[in-house]
Design a protein around this ligand. Structure first.
Ligand SMILES: [Zn+2]
Ligand SMILES: [Zn+2]
Length: 253
């Protein structure tokens, strides 16, 4: 299984529009973070989790030739605004792209992308086959996907476990039942916005490290960092098995 972090930045990206704080981060390409998304290649299938505003650029630089399945964590635009650019993959598939998310997120996507659905579908717009998921399902014999309910402030959203990889973005709280579903993962990606102060809808880095240490996962990556997080100095302060992810980092399980 190959996992490629297409984007690792918070909702505004890093650096933010206007270059805010750019001068305060080291000149390290790992401090350039597009919006969060991950690409999983497993058993010949290509699986995308989320598609943000830089999806087109991410797909070109990682040479994504096809998308067989699309998993959506939640409806915030930093995670879904790239849906429009998925259209080329529905042309390649010659069929709607199978997509999986919560019922609430499906409702929201119908509203936000109303031109893609129903009788008035705009010709050529992305075709998605949206499926509500509430428990584990198989994409084929060898790929098991488990939705991981988490809280993003007051919003109930999903992470996903794909075989031995768990991906959780925009997390503030992980309920105990979900912690059980994550256990046994070989690699986990978890969002961590900044060192401090606390945030109402996102874990900070120290909070995320706490969660990961309690989970006892052998290898973990932090994602969704903001423009106050400098890659190398931050990595040095983390426990050995926890690292910051960066755009285009690929790992194998
Ligand atoms: Zn986000
Ligand atoms: Zn969000």
């Amino acid at each position: 299984m190959k996992i490629t972090f297409l984007g690792t930045g918070t909702s505004m990206g890093v650096p933010v529009a206007g270059g805010f704080r750019r001068e305060e981060l080291s000149h390290d390409p790992r401090n350039e973070r597009t919006r969060c998304s991950v690409w999983i290649q497993v058993h010949g299938k290509s699986i995308l989790i989320d598609a943000g505003p830089e999806f087109r650029i991410q797909s070109i630089r990682s040479r994504i030739k096809k998308i067989d399945h699309f998993l959506i964590t939640h409806e915030h635009m930093d995670h879904v605004s790239g849906i429009d650019d998925l259209r080329v993959y529905s042309y390649i598939n010659k069929a709607p792209i199978p997509a999986y998310t919560s019922g609430q997120c499906i409702e929201s996507i119908h509203k936000r992308f109303d031109y893609m659905f129903g009788e008035n579908k705009y010709p050529g717009s992305t075709s998605l086959d949206l499926n509500e998921v509430t428990s584990s399902f198989k994409l084929d014999e060898e790929i098991e996907v488990t939705p991981l309910p988490v809280q993003h402030g007051d919003l109930d959203i999903l992470g996903f476990r794909v075989n031995d990889f768990s991906y959780l973005t925009d997390v503030k709280h992980i309920p105990d039942d979900t912690l059980e579903l994550i256990k046994g993962s070989k690699v986990i990606a978890l969002s961590a916005l900044r060192w401090e102060p606390e945030h109402p809808t996102h874990l900070t880095i120290p909070e995320a490290v706490d969660v990961l240490e309690n989970l006892d996962v052998p290898e973990a990556y932090l994602i969704h960092m903001n423009s106050y997080v400098d890659h190398q100095p931050t990595n040095k302060k983390l426990p050995d098995h926890i690292k910051l992810a960066y755009d285009q980092l690929s790992i194998k399980i």
